[in-house]
Design a protein around this ligand. Structure first.
Ligand SMILES: Nc1ncnc2c1ncn2[C@@H]1O[C@H](COP(=O)(O)OP(=O)(O)OP(=O)(O)O)[C@@H](O)[C@H]1O
Ligand SMILES: [Mg+2]
Length: 281
């Protein structure tokens, strides 16, 4: 009996070594695919015939004026909001409109909200540990003893987010930017295939923004990253492919230079941003 139990325990210890639950199939196409998606709130179309394709490993920036539908788009991908029409696929195998929020998260879609939600009394390391424990597949390994592999994975997370020097300090002493990185680290503990990040640099110092740019560009390739951001300097520093949303659909798509010189984009967004910048000077 005890032998049986220890064998069963050992199986569970090895569970976490299995790559994220997500058997996402990207062999024949993109990792994320939205087609003709529309959602109305009280008759107002917040998303209007939206088409968007994200390739595996891509870093995509999404920009656009307030109310363009950027956050709503993330709500749809993560299952928080159901569209009225259209389709949303994760790889070629998973119809996200058939799944609820926890199911979508467990496929490997992680979302970072604007406000960091770290546990202030716990250390950086413990926050990552807890985020890992939230993954039901590895919970049993944390109850009795922490296996070397789990510990390594947390240490790797601490390094990735650049907080090695603060690993044993309570998260409460971290700066706003460091808390944002910690939260990104907590998402990474779940080994997401796709990370959705909404306005990551709001309230950050220039230096913190630079570090965030390094962090996000470093993650791309290993996972796909979709970043919504208003700070054009930041977007320019990380951008490869940029999508401009306006009134719930794609207004323009291309390199930063392409979209920044598009008269329609200047009219609805960048013109206003430039005016705002001038006012601030
Ligand atoms: N749950 C909801 N109920 C009613 N209206 C909503 C809801 N969520 C979003 N909206 C509306 O949908 C539109 C798109 O909002 P959304 O938050 O997606 O814009 P956004 O592009 O993220 O803007 P911002 O840059 O200001 O964050 C807005 O007009 C908003 O008021
Ligand atoms: Mg928003």
């Amino acid at each position: 009996m005890s032998l049986l139990r220890s064998l069963a325990d050992r199986d569970r210890v090895f569970d976490f070594l299995v790559p994220a639950a997500s058997p996402v199939d990207v062999r024949h196409g993109p990792i994320l695919y939205l087609e003709d998606v529309t959602v109305s709130f009280d008759g107002f179309k917040a998303i209007d015939n939206l088409n968007l394709t994200i390739d595996d490993g891509e870093l995509r920036c999404i920009i656009g004026p307030n109310g363009a539908g950027k956050t709503t788009m993330m709500d749809i991908i993560t299952g928080k909001t159901r569209p009225d029409t259209g389709s949303v696929w994760f790889g070629s195998r998973h119809d996200l409109l058939m799944m609820n929020e926890p199911e979508i998260a467990s496929l490997g879609i992680g979302r970072k909200f604007q406000k960091p939600t770290v546990f202030e009394a716990l250390s950086v390391f413990e926050n990552l540990e807890l985020a890992m424990a939230a993954d039901k597949r590895i919970l049993p390994t944390l109850t009795a003893r922490m296996s070397g592999e789990v510990r390594d994975r947390i240490e790797e997370g601490v390094d990735t987010i650049g907080l090695a020097a603060l690993r044993d300090r309570p998260a409460g002493i971290l700066s706003h930017g460091q808390k944002q990185w910690l939260e990104i680290g907590m998402l990474l503990m779940q080994r997401p295939r796709l990370l959705l990040v909404d306005e990551p640099v709001a309230g950050m110092t220039e230096q913190e923004m630079e570090r965030t740019a390094e962090l996000l560009t470093g993650l791309a390739g290993k996972q796909s990253v979709v970043v919504v951001e208003h700070d054009m300097g930041f977007v320019r520093s990380i951008a490869r492919q940029v999508t401009v949303l306006h009134q719930g659909s794609v207004l323009a798509e291309g390199s930063m230079d392409q979209v920044a010189s598009d008269p329609r984009v200047i009219e609805v967004y960048l013109g206003a941003e430039a005016d705002a910048d001038e006012e601030m000077v």
